[in-house]
Design a protein around this ligand. Structure first.
Ligand SMILES: [Zn+2]
Length: 337
């Protein structure tokens, strides 16, 4: 993009800190949205842009609290669409994800967030109309995951500590002398081993832990695109999720409703196997390059990058996985894929 002297903009788009985006408000929280994180370092964003946006719209924000954070981000994006007319604009709105984590997937609070999102999308579309760029703009609205309601936690590291396979710290984390260690992805978890021979006992322990749906070995995990250095990948049943904690009384624990909103205390999570039933996300496309009234019943997240590359007219590296969703695009043919 930069080589073609095109202006680009990103608003809380993940993993953009330090990138060469013209106007960048980098993601200001880490993957734990409840963590009380101060505004990201100026270095991660475009400093002058961040300061100007904060001067103009900072009054809308209350730290990283929702829904104010998404209102702030929307105002910044609207301003940028109108005045800078970037060639590519990426906007990450997090309101509904936050509400689902805290209140549940189909809660009234999550539904209210969906309505707020709808209004924000309306404001963004209106901004392109005002800027005179609407007719050339392709819009893509997407999620990167759904969520599943939960009411129980599984603290696998607690089970490993009991067997002396790792040493807990007083902070509830793990000392670096571990032989077996679980690293949570919420709906699933990785289990790593070091100098540890008794894999059969470990596997049995994992399989017999209440709330565990399936234990996959390293080979299977690798074939699914997961971390090839893990020993096992463990999938939770719907209703359960994994933490990394070591200072809990039991391995499996009900989530205390009063704790919701604190770090790692959820009523909804993601990070499950993408093949879990009724566990889909959304992609909606509209614009001059997109066919009208088409429905694609099923696609993979990795199909999005080549599809967006096609919309932008940039070459997508052949070595990367995924297929362009040709049925969605005007003037595209399957022979060209
Ligand atoms: Zn989330």
């Amino acid at each position: 993009m930069r080589r073609q002297h095109r202006k680009t903009a990103a608003f809380l788009w993940p993993v953009t800190a330090g990138s060469k985006i013209t106007y960048n408000l980098a993601e200001i929280f880490p993957n734990r949205i409840w963590t009380n994180q101060v505004l990201v370092s100026l270095k991660a964003s475009s400093p002058a842009f961040l300061l100007r946006m904060n001067q103009k719209y900072g009054h809308l924000r209350r730290g990283i609290q929702q829904p104010e954070l998404d209102d702030f981000i929307t105002a910044c994006a609207v301003d940028t669409l109108k005045h800078k007319k970037p060639w590519l604009t990426l906007i990450h709105l997090v309101d509904m994800d936050s509400m689902r984590h805290r209140y549940g997937v189909r809660s009234d609070e999550a539904l209210a967030a969906l309505h707020r999102l709808d209004q924000r999308v309306g404001r963004l579309i209106d901004a392109t109309i005002e800027a005179g760029t609407f007719a050339q703009t392709n819009f893509a609205i997407l999620g990167d995951h759904y969520q599943i309601n939960v009411d129980h936690m599984i603290h696998l590291n607690q089970a490993f500590a009991k067997r002396g396979w790792l040493t807990p710290t007083t902070a509830g984390t793990v000392k670096n002398d571990w032989h077996v260690w679980a690293k949570s992805c919420d709906g699933s978890t990785y289990v790593y081993t070091r100098n540890f021979a008794d894999l059969k006992t470990l596997r049995t322990l994992l399989e017999q832990t209440p709330g565990v749906e399936r234990v996959s070995d390293q080979q299977t995990a690798q074939a699914r695109g997961a971390d090839p250095t893990c020993r096992f990948m463990v999938e939770a049943q719907a209703g359960y999720y994994f933490t990394d904690e070591t200072n809990r009384a039991e391995v499996v624990e009900a989530v205390d409703p009063d704790s919701l909103g604190q770090p790692d205390r959820y009523h909804g999570v993601h990070g499950y196997d993408p093949l879990k039933p009724d566990y889909f996300t959304t992609l909606v496309l509209n614009g001059p390059s997109v066919k009208e009234n088409q429905t694609i019943e099923r696609a993979d997240l990795i199909d999005e990058a080549p599809t967006f590359a096609a919309l932008l007219g940039v070459k997508f590296p052949n070595a990367l996985p995924g297929h362009t969703l040709l049925d969605a695009l005007k003037g595209a043919s399957h022979e060209a894929d």
